[in-house]
Design a protein around this ligand. Structure first.
Ligand code: HXC
Length: 519
């Protein structure tokens, strides 16, 4: 064959590979409002930056006449490119080829990008759209999954791993996304479950649809499996690009510092009025977050799950930070099982990837009750405590209002190696609120007097005494548990100065094989 013919053959093969499972199946994909694997990769990466691997890979199966049907690339598009000029690795399952199902060779392609990402220290983004294990390949497909999971586990905490679900992700296949750091789902087109509606009906008798069993709504509000939900694929991929801008490429680096045009000494006067006079009245802690971060830009993670704790990424003085804040406008900002799990995972992610933590505290305590105790709040709450205590990244804490008891300790207090702990003048740092304290200490004595008016007077007097003594920041500041009491409107400046001073922080935990976080 002449050289020109050989080159033509290459180009023809490329055209064939780019067609995946063929025009008809591409049309079907489009008719469902879904993009193809290559279209998704192109939207995710900087324009023209994608370099593809394994275009000519085909499956090796001869079961069920499979040797007669094969497609170039074998149902997964893999390679590397850039996002905002930074190297990332990608794989995108191609539903037009055997439903994006995972074959032996398809798994090898995914493992290859995971291996390269680890060697290069670059994030990996996996776009999932697959019918699961390729049924015709049997155990070879299972081996493929296991090989991917093993790599996800080893890469955890080394490079950021992000999973995007833009179609089915069912059966054991859900465990690769579950092992990664963040999961993005699209409304109405993606679903994740271990066993589908038919199996559920057979085993438990429940009638469920794919959407009510494992759609984006369910996983972003009830299970907490999905961290981000997008209206459509385009929006979802744009959010992934934004997310990556806050993250370093690997655990040996810090996140890129961005040019900042928002003055660090900017006052937010509204913050001086934000705390209501009535201690039982809520306010929205997101107003505090937006008031102190650069350009009021905050990428909230899991906004619809455990809303009593707000977590997300922002920049302060150009530095990337992870923000953790109790939300008084939802369940009074109480810590419960879901909030503790949500917060602990976020704190550990930030610590693994050298992202400083800014914690805003307004927490009345842990949620009481059998529901919580039977669900193991002792161990679940300990996760959050553990996460803060083991974290070695810079930790700046601001107590806005309530900080009581165990929840005071958990929320990055000084003795959990909080580096700089500030409080607003409205802070109340104590073992418990006045109501409960007076009840425990004085109820017997007060009730000895049968006159209800006298009782009320005595309660009020004791509560005032307790409030004066304990419900303020100065008692904690007296012992050095609070480094300074700051004016609310000046919080941005004080936190940024604190973060700047902590940039050279050095702190290491004792050597160990790994920890034994209470799971
Ligand atoms: C091989 C598959 C496939 C699979 C789909 N296809 N799933 N081929 N192995 N697992 C093929 C179909 O034959 C079809 O081929 C094409 O992909 C599109 O599938 P449709 O059914 O036409 O599409 P749709 O109606 O959109 O339904 C999608 C689906 C359904 C819900 C995902 O295909 C489905 O239920 N598939 C099987 C799911 C499953 O049980 N997987 C195994 C789970 S066990 P043509 O030629 O018509 O285009 C598992 C274990 C993993 O995954 C363990 C890891 C630890």
């Amino acid at each position: 064959m002449a050289m020109q013919d050989k080159i033509k053959e290459l180009l023809d093969r490329r055209v064939e590979a780019r067609l995946g499972g063929g025009e008809k199946r591409i049309e079907k994909q489009h008719s469902q409002g879904k993009y193809t694997a290559r279209e998704r990769v192109a939207m995710l990466l900087d324009e023209g930056s994608f370099e593809e691997f394994g275009m000519f890979v085909t499956h090796r199966s001869t079961n069920f006449g499979m040797e007669k049907e094969s497609y170039l690339s074998d149902g997964v598009v893999t390679g590397y490119g850039t996002i905002d000029g930074r190297l990332v690795y990608v794989f995108a399952q191609d539903f037009t080829v055997f439903g994006g199902s995972l074959s032996e060779t398809n798994a090898l392609k995914i493992c290859n990008v995971l291996d390269l990402a680890m060697k290069m220290g670059a994030p990996v983004i996996g776009i999932n759209d697959s019918g699961g294990a390729r049924i015709q390949e049997g155990v070879n497909s299972l081996a493929g999954y296991a090989s991917i999971f093993q790599r996800n586990i080893l890469a955890s905490g080394v490079v950021p791993q992000i999973s995007v679900i833009f179609g089915p992700c069912a059966g054991g296949a859900v465990y690769s996304p579950a092992l990664t750091d963040f999961i993005m789902m699209a409304k109405n087109s993606s679903y994740m479950f271990l066993t589908g509606p038919k199996v559920v009906k057979t085993v438990t008798g429940e009638d469920v649809t794919t959407e009510s069993l494992g759609g984006a709504e369910v996983h972003s509000t009830r299970s907490g499996v999905a961290h981000f939900v997008a209206e459509n694929e385009k929006e979802g991929l744009a959010t992934i690009r934004r997310l990556l801008s806050y993250l370093p490429s690997n655990n040996m680096e810090t996140a890129p510092e961005m040019p900042n045009n928002d003055p660090i000494e900017r006052y937010d006067n509204k913050l001086n009025d934000i705390i209501p006079d009535n201690p039982n009245k809520p306010y929205d802690v997101k107003d505090v977050i937006l008031g102190i971060v650069d350009n009021r830009e905050f990428l909230e993670v899991a906004p619809a799950y455990a809303k009593n704790l707000v977590i997300g990424f922002a920049r302060m003085g150009g530095m990337s930070v992870g923000v953790v804040a109790n939300q008084p406008s939802y369940l009074a900002g109480v810590l419960d099982i879901n909030a503790s799990r949500k917060g602990a995972r976020f704190v550990r992610f930030c610590d693994a990837f050298n992202i400083p933590l800014v914690t805003l505290v307004d927490v009345p305590g842990f949620l009481p009750g059998t529901g919580q105790e039977y669900g193991g709040i002792i161990v679940q709450g300990a996760k959050m405590l553990y996460a803060y205590g083991e974290a070695t990244v810079p930790k700046v804490t601001v107590t806005l209002r309530k900080s009581y008891g165990g929840s005071h300790i958990v929320m990055s207090c000084k003795q959990l190696r909080g580096d700089i702990n500030y409080a607003w003048p409205t802070a109340e740092i104590a073992v418990m609120g006045a109501e409960g304290a007076v009840e425990v200490l004085y109820s017997k004595e007060i009730k000895a007097n049968a006159d209800p008016e006298k009782q009320a007077e005595a309660y009020a007097e004791k509560k005032k005494e307790y409030n004066d003594l304990f419900c303020n920041p100065y008692n904690a500041a007296k012992y050095g548990y609070i480094d300074d009491v700051i004016e609310p409107r000046n919080t941005r400046y004080r936190v940024i100065k604190a973060l700047q001073s902590l940039q050279t922080k050095r702190l290491e935990n004792p050597p160990k094989k790994h920890d034994n976080l209470p799971l």
